[in-house]
Design a protein around this ligand. Structure first.
Ligand SMILES: [Mn+2]
Length: 426
């Protein structure tokens, strides 16, 4: 399945008039504040988010998984799905692979498929949270942190193997998310587990090519319910510093305890030049699989406000690896990803509209009320016309979800692949 660009432009033509007056309204409103809308449209058009290879099948919970017709059954088909997303949105130009779920059989063929869709290979993800059928050691009681040296070495070697696969594909980074921890008090020695983890990460870091980065992801709980070895940003930051310059913290929106001030974490890490990766999702209670922006859009905006500030003021921080990290089983995964991209771009655009100069002045004057007004003036602007203009500019569908339904993509995929295919992954 490939989206025909002529079909996209034909569909766009029908909608040209529908947003131009709204765009003019925004242009006038923000030009009075010295904000140039055309620059913002360009920034939005340039913004790219990686799609994880595991988000294209029906996701699920540990209680059940309800399949969706036309799921991709191979890595090629996963890339084809991202190709559809990228053609419709022009903002999904990268894939983040998960090993061993997506080991490419024929590297050259995979690279050709990706190139054909305009997709690059973003961070590689290792997996030491489940045993594979042919596993020589078990991760049941931990991997990089394990008290068992053989299990640790096995997990280290797996990460090195992932780097080697990534090197062939042209990836430049490795994301390590460690499920290691304890389910019961007394199960682990906290200090030993941390020492082991640091040693293991250093060993992986040392074999990374010079132009690679390592992202260390944290999570407070799950799958372990008493403690996680890398439980918070502080632990990740400490480990990244121990490894070296090219090791960074990765923030996943869903990996925080309720009400954590994530925007402050983002600001602190960027000041220190140590925020490398970013995973989008949302949560109401403690999950991390709900569509980004569907529960807490204002929090997402506040986080983006710090990200935008950091991108403009913290040259010490590298460019980000952005990725969507969510997958649920009650939506068509491609529609869910289109909604995710929309939410991300809306929050990003709103943050770009914050009158930074006025905000600095109001902060300097301790005008608390004005500070809040400035933020909310940006947040409460309907920025969707800007997204539409950005998409039109980059050749994407002005309304990707509508185009997806109009082209009957899912129906086509079911016709091509059948109703019983299963994507590899969770
Ligand atoms: Mn994540």
């Amino acid at each position: 399945m490939k989206i025909n660009t002529d079909h996209i432009s034909a569909l766009n033509k029908k909608q040209e008039d529908s947003y131009s007056s709204e765009l003019d309204f925004l242009r006038n409103k923000f030009s009075k504040k010295g904000i140039t809308l055309d620059e913002i449209v360009q920034k939005v058009a340039d913004f790219q988010v990686a799609i994880p290879s595991w988000a294209l099948g029906a996701g699920g919970t540990r209680f059940g998984r309800f399949s969706y017709g036309g799921e991709p059954a191979s890595l090629e088909q996963k890339l084809d799905d991202i190709g559809v997303l990228h053609a419709l949105t022009k903002s999904a130009g990268a894939v983040s692979l998960h090993i061993p779920w997506d080991i490419p059989g024929d590297v050259k063929a995979i690279k050709d498929v990706a190139k054909d869709h305009g997709i690059t290979f973003d961070a590689m993800n290792s997996n030491t949270f489940q045993d594979q059928p042919d596993a020589k050691e078990t991760y049941k009681f931990g991997s990089l942190s394990s008290a068992d040296e053989a299990a640790r070495e096995y997990a280290i070697q797996h990460n090195k193997d992932v780097i080697n696969i990534g090197k062939e594909l042209g990836s430049k980074s490795l994301t390590v998310w460690l499920a290691d921890g304890a389910n019961f008090p007394g199960q682990n020695n906290f200090q030993t587990a941390l020492i082991n983890t640091e040693k293991s990460l250093k060993s992986i870091y040392e074999t990374m090519p010079e132009d690679w980065k390592m992202f260390i992801e944290y999570k407070p709980y799950e799958p372990n319910f008493y403690s996680t070895v890398i439980q918070d940003w502080g632990t990740s930051f400490m480990l990244a510093n121990a490894c070296g310059e090219r090791a960074y913290t990765l923030v996943d929106l869903g990996h925080h305890l309720p009400n954590t001030n994530i925007e402050q974490i983002v600001a602190t890490l960027m000041l220190k030049g140590k925020l490398g990766g970013f995973h989008f999702n949302d949560s109401k209670y403690g999950d991390d699989d709900v569509t980004v922006g569907s529960i807490k859009p204002y929090a997402l905006f506040l986080i983006f406000n710090e990200l935008v500030y950091g991108m403009e003021n913290n040259p010490q921080n590298p460019d980000f690896s952005w990725m969507i990290d969510a997958s649920h089983n009650t939506k068509d995964p491609l529609e869910d990803l289109i909604q995710s991209l929309e939410a991300i771009l809306i929050a990003y655009t709103q943050a770009l509209l914050v009158d930074q100069k006025a905000l600095r002045n109001a902060q300097q004057e301790n005008d608390v009320v004005k500070c809040q007004e400035i933020l909310q003036d940006a947040y409460r602007s309907d920025v969707r016309p800007i997204l539409k203009a950005a998409r039109e500019k980059s050749g994407a569908a002005v309304n990707p979800l509508q185009a997806y339904r109009n082209f009957e993509v899912r129906k086509q995929l079911i016709k091509e692949r059948g109703t019983k295919t299963l994507a590899t992954g969770l």
